[in-house]
Design a protein around this ligand. Structure first.
Ligand code: BDR
Ligand code: CA
Length: 316
């Protein structure tokens, strides 16, 4: 039976790629795609989610959720990386701008509709999840699992020396989710940074004659240019796609139970994730953390998923 998932995303090229993979994966039933501000503003994230879903036109249309302003505003501007529209300036059209329900309401509805069955795949800041938990305090125990991309265990951050982007954007929400009773898996930067998709990927993308091919061929080349300019990297990181693979193919990952929290203040360390890794920890384990993955097989899985998504949208 397909696994019910809510994809909580801040597209973002990385998130858009994960959406391409998830919406056509027969192992997943995407019940909702909820937008959150992060790589782009809440308004743009909401628009991008709709534009991507409209462009891909998957066989089963998920419910869509609108992002709202985070309490503290967004501290980071990613336009230098993902372009003004967050999608490499792909110029995607949106047919109708309906006013969708707020993301946190959609999350509450869908979890309540299928208690303990839904996995939330959180690929952006944890604003929506924390708000959903605040709105419905019983929700954390009704979620099947949250699989989150974010944080670091031992490595450096990517937005400050200490903090990873998703956690840095909304540390208070991240702390609320980390401390919640929900069953959690974290896929941190230490692991996702190990995979760099090289330029050769561009020749393996689905054809332009497919809907998925048309989208990824628009958004990926600007990502390669940005990573080269910003990080002198001859390839791109795909943190969010890797996290999706952790949902569909957990056997490709090594995980460990850990006790983690988030630094919510600090001139240099705000948004850093802190794990009690002392020989005799005082904190209680509260999440499973990915500590390693089969890099080659994860890369193959991403390409396989994209190829399948391409085939599913052929000539339409
Ligand atoms: C995360 O931050 C965003 O830039 C990406 O979409 C990913 O979710 C990586 O730190
Ligand atoms: Ca993201």
């Amino acid at each position: 039976m397909a696994k019910k998932v809510i994809l909580d995303v801040d597209p973002g090229i990385d998130d858009a790629l994960a959406l391409c993979m998830a919406l056509f994966d027969p192992r997943l039933e995407v019940v909702a795609v909820t937008a959150v501000g992060g790589n782009v503003s809440p308004q743009l994230a909401t628009r991008n989610v709709r534009a991507i879903v409209e462009q891909l036109d998957p066989p089963r249309l998920p419910r869509l959720g609108a992002a709202s302003e985070p309490d503290q505003g967004l501290p980071v501007d990613s336009r230098h990386l993902f372009g003004v529209d967050g999608l490499g300036d792909a110029g995607l059209e949106v047919a109708e701008l309906l006013a969708p329900h707020p993301s946190e309401k959609i999350i509450c509805d869908e979890i309540r509709a299928a208690p303990e069955e839904v996995t939330i795949v959180a690929l952006g800041p944890l604003t929506n999840i924390a708000r959903a938990f605040h709105r419905d305090p019983e929700l954390p125990s009704l979620v099947g699992r949250i699989v989150m991309m974010g944080g670091t265990v031992a490595g450096p951050g990517n937005v400050t020396p200490a903090a990873e982007f998703n956690i840095f954007c909304d540390p208070l929400s991240a702390r609320a989710v980390f401390r919640s009773r929900t069953t959690k898996t974290l896929v941190p930067l230490d692991v996702t940074n190990r995979l760099v998709l090289g330029f050769d990927v561009l020749s393996q993308l689905p054809e332009e004659t497919t809907r998925v091919g048309r989208l990824v061929r628009k958004i990926l080349p600007p990502a390669f240019r940005a990573f080269r300019q910003e990080s002198a990297l001859e390839g791109i990181h795909v943190h969010d796609s890797i996290t999706l693979v952790a949902v569909t193919n957990p056997e490709l990952f090594v995980t460990q139970e850990m006790a983690g929290d988030v630094e919510v203040r600090g001139e240099l360390t705000m948004g850093a994730t802190v794990f009690d890794r002392r020989r005799v920890p005082a904190w209680r384990h509260n999440m499973e953390v990915a500590v390693d993955m089969d890099v080659h097989k994860v890369a193959q899985q991403i390409l396989r998923n994209l190829a399948h998504a391409g085939k599913s949208t052929e000539g339409l």
